[in-house]
Design a protein around this ligand. Structure first.
Ligand SMILES: Nc1ncnc2c1ncn2[C@@H]1O[C@H](COP(=O)(O)OP(=O)(O)OP(=O)(O)O)[C@@H](O)[C@H]1O
Ligand SMILES: [Mg+2]
Length: 308
């Protein structure tokens, strides 16, 4: 199934694996095919910075090219959630008595379920006249621990309430994220041992939750132009096999050999990831880029994702 036929993509992965970059590149790619895209992050302005736009805050803000940005403020989302779910009077009462602050800190998963509620609302096919409708919502969903807490939160809340509006909404959010036709997770990974282990652990947890992985992106892949035999020849120079000008040869060869061996080690880790995930999860490798990531680089990454 095409990744972009869904309504919601949640990009997660270990810290620094390229979640924000990949989420932005996916948004550009989807928008190229004419989709109306909302690209959201939680409590930050990394995306607006990437799009060279002023901070957008908790407001859906069109930034051109068919993309809108949103930085979800979990507290603002909680106010919206409570106002709509328990009614204005109860919400005011909670707010006046500082019950709200206490509840937000004490209730496990409340922040997360309110954030998910905001995402659910944006991903609805028909939001009524007053709100824009998107074909696709892409969320830069923070590091794995937090993302898993968000994905689990609807179940926690569904279990807390037997019936009533909160139960109903929690069930609706849960149904959205477990529906593989509407929702997929995009996992960011690096071709290194610990990130690969974590990616495989996360994949197992997502399986348990019944959430589909639509794509895994192995980021910052370094390629090697050498074959192993040439690398071994060069390594011979490094190890002192060179004649008179050995010191120079060694100095030139050493970084090449090191880079080659690192690329080979990384390739082994990528293979381990592919084997661990199995064929059911599409995987794409993105090359490491040797410059800061701005709009041209994001477009180039989108090109790479397009051919995947
Ligand atoms: N393919 C790439 N080549 C080179 N640098 C990259 C690549 N992808 C991302 N980066 C850079 O690596 C850093 C981490 O990327 P990014 O911010 O997208 O990761 P993240 O998973 O969102 O991180 P965090 O966990 O901090 O939110 C950034 O400085 C980004 O510009
Ligand atoms: Mg990020």
């Amino acid at each position: 199934m095409d990744l972009f036929d869904r309504r919601l993509l949640l990009v997660t992965g270990k810290g620094g694996t390229g979640k924000t970059t990949v989420a932005a590149a996916l948004a550009l790619l989807a928008a190229r095919s004419g989709k109306r895209v909302l690209l959201a992050e939680i409590a930050g302005e990394r995306l607006s910075a990437l799009f060279a736009h002023r901070p957008v805050g908790h407001h859906e803000t069109p930034v051109g090219d068919g993309i809108s940005l949103l930085s979800i403020d979990p507290i603002a989302a909680a106010h919206e959630f409570l106002r709509s779910q328990v009614g204005g009077a109860v919400h005011r009462l909670m707010f006046q008595n500082r019950l709200f602050d206490v509840t937000m800190t004490a209730a496990p998963g409340l922040r997360e379920v309110c954030t998910m509620d905001r995402i659910w609302d944006a991903a609805r096919a028909d939001r009524g006249r007053r709100k824009p409708t998107y074909d696709l919502v892409i969320v830069d969903a923070a590091a794995t621990g937090h993302a898993m807490a968000m994905l689990r939160s609807p179940t926690t809340y569904a279990n807390l309430a037997r019936g009533g509006p909160i139960r109903k909404r929690a069930d609706e959010i849960g149904a959205l994220i477990r529906d593989e036709r509407r929702t997929a997770v995009v996992l960011g990974a690096l071709p290194e041992e610990t990130p690969v282990n974590e990616t495989l652990e996360t994949a197992a947890q997502l399986d348990e939750l019944g959430v589909t992985i639509g794509l895994t992106v192995v980021n910052q892949v370094r390629e090697t132009a050498l074959d192993d035999a040439s690398a071994d020849t060069l390594a011979g120079l490094v190890d002192g096999g060179a004649p008179d000008d050995g010191a120079v040869a060694s100095r030139v060869a050493a970084p090449v050999v090191i880079a080659h061996r690192r690329a080979r080690r990384e390739a082994t880790q990528s293979t381990r990831l592919i084997d661990g995930l199995g064929e059911r999860v599409p995987l794409v490798a993105l090359p490491r880029i040797d410059s800061d990531i701005g709009r041209p680089e994001l477009d180039a990454i989108a090109d790479r994702l397009a051919v995947a």
